[in-house]
Write a protein that binds this ligand. Structure first.
Ligand SMILES: [Zn+2]
Length: 470
């Protein structure tokens, strides 16, 4: 019950109706010293939970009846007739469960639960009630609201034993009352992705290659790949295994690198859709299996446990608040998996089928790309594949030092565009547009005509024979 004063209180309980008659589940509300009583038949013998909660100036009284505890009314009546104890157990438990599990018994006001100035405890002005109530009731300024358990019995009945399992008195709002707004969710997603996605993914990339924090505070290195990455659509614990351990070591090799592009015709949109869907739907299974096949058991166990835990948490959060879970975890996974896979496809869209394992022929550089200052010089991708431990600030100098090698191996370098531009140009058949943006790395390449460049690009789009290499 909730007690404000002798003349203002509410109580909810089950009242025994007598042999052969249903008990009454009821709420008594007393205002200004006058009580009214609402009832409903309660023809069961069972465990029952009751809840009184305050929303603004309203009191909401609810009951929760677990179906497993239902006993038909006839059985309960029989038990009474034989003088057995009535196993109605009243509990205030399950306070935090969603509103959908509760049956509403009553919504009411406690008239004295307003200050004399007409301001409710929630700080909102109670214009309709405050002043009227002062005249209607002899309300005293409130110092608090009392709540607790009660049981009573008519004196001639000889009393009974009342059992309460638990009592919770908590502040705050129920999960069922969380505002689930698609507009808010979309706004969060867009702000997060527009402002931070590229920075986060590239920071994750380089800090997985070169640890950001010293060993003395090495635990901080786990924050990005385990805690933050799911908010940007990268499953917890998956990035390092997928990118550093698998992609760089296997070097785009078909059959081992799960993100290998070489077996596809890389100007095929259908090929890319298959490539993306494979990552989206089965990488959570394929990735730990890859680690097992390569004998990296601890990587397999860590990634499998982290990813399984992440998805389990997502399911639990979905049950709690589906809208928030969709915009903070599921939509990011969908969008980021597409962005990551389109990025990787584009980075390895030109592969020389005559030397597909050569770092200078399985990817290309993007020079003077506007994104480079924001992506740790990610455009120098040949340099990165040749030495993934090289600090990003040293990549331009390394490229200049290796110009002759680039020229000799016919390594590709585009100027002023990024990986996504290259991918889009290939899908839209604009190889000439790409050829115009190629920067020759030496005399051999400088001698090549535009048409010869287009032919070279076409050659490097052909699928490498899908033979699994050892
Ligand atoms: Zn890398």
């Amino acid at each position: 019950m909730v007690w404000i004063s002798k003349s203002c209180w509410l109580k909810t309980s089950v009242e025994y109706g007598g042999p052969g008659r249903p008990s009454q589940l009821g709420v008594v509300v007393t205002n200004c010293g006058y009580s009214d009583w609402s009832t409903m038949d309660f023809p069961y013998s069972m465990q029952l939970a009751l809840r009184v909660r305050r929303e603004g100036s309203d009191y909401i009284v609810e009951a929760c009846i677990p179906e497993a505890s239902l006993i038909p009314a006839s059985a309960a009546s029989t038990a009474f007739a034989e003088g057995a104890s009535l196993p109605i157990r009243v509990s205030s438990g399950k306070v935090g469960s969603p509103a959908s599990e509760w049956t509403q018994l009553r919504i009411c006001h406690l008239m004295e639960d307003v200050s004399p100035a007409g301001v409710g405890k929630d700080g909102k002005e109670n214009v309709d009630f405050g002043l009227q109530l002062q005249a209607a009731c002899e309300a005293l300024p409130l110092s608090g609201v009392a709540a607790g358990l009660y049981a009573c019995s008519p004196k001639p009945g000889g009393g009974f034993q009342a059992q309460f399992d638990r009592l919770h008195i908590v502040s705050g709002r129920l999960p069922g009352h969380i505002v689930q707004s698609h507009l808010l969710g979309l706004a969060y997603f867009l702000v997060n992705y527009v402002l931070f996605l590229q920075r986060f993914l590239l920071t994750l990339h380089y800090t997985e290659h070169r640890k950001l924090f010293k060993p003395s505070c090495g635990w901080l290195n786990h924050l990005a790949p385990y805690l933050l990455s799911p908010l940007f659509g990268v499953p917890a614990g998956a990035y390092r295994l997928h990118h550093v351990v698998m992609h760089h070591v296997e070097d785009n090799a078909w059959g081992w690198d799960l993100s290998s592009t070489e077996g596809f015709r890389r100007d095929s949109l259908a090929g890319f859709v298959v490539y993306w869907l494979r990552f989206l739907l089965v990488s959570g299974i394929e990735l730990p299996l890859y680690a097992l096949r390569r004998g990296r058991h601890s990587h397999a166990a860590t990634a499998a446990a982290a990813m399984a835990g992440g998805w389990l948490l997502t399911v639990l959060l979905w049950q709690r608040c589906a809208v928030a879970t969709f915009y903070t975890l599921l939509l990011p996974y969908l969008v980021s998996s597409f962005a990551l896979m389109f990025g990787n496809w584009s980075q390895h869209i030109f592969v020389d089928l005559d030397a597909p394992r050569d770092d200078y022929k399985l990817t290309y550089n993007c020079l003077a790309c506007p994104d480079n200052p924001k992506t740790y010089n990610d455009g120098y991708h040949i340099i990165h594949h040749a030495n993934s431990r090289l600090h990003w600030s040293e990549m331009p100098a390394a490229f200049v030092q290796q110009l002759e090698l680039h020229d000799a191996k016919d390594a590709l370098a585009f100027k002023g565009i990024g990986f996504f531009d290259v991918g889009l140009a290939v899908f839209t058949g604009r190889l000439g547009w790409l050829a115009d943006r190629i920067v020759p790395c030496g005399p051999k390449q400088a001698a090549r005509s535009r048409q010869e460049w287009v032919q070279l690009l076409q050659h490097r789009l052909q699928p490498v024979t899908r033979v699994k290499v050892a």
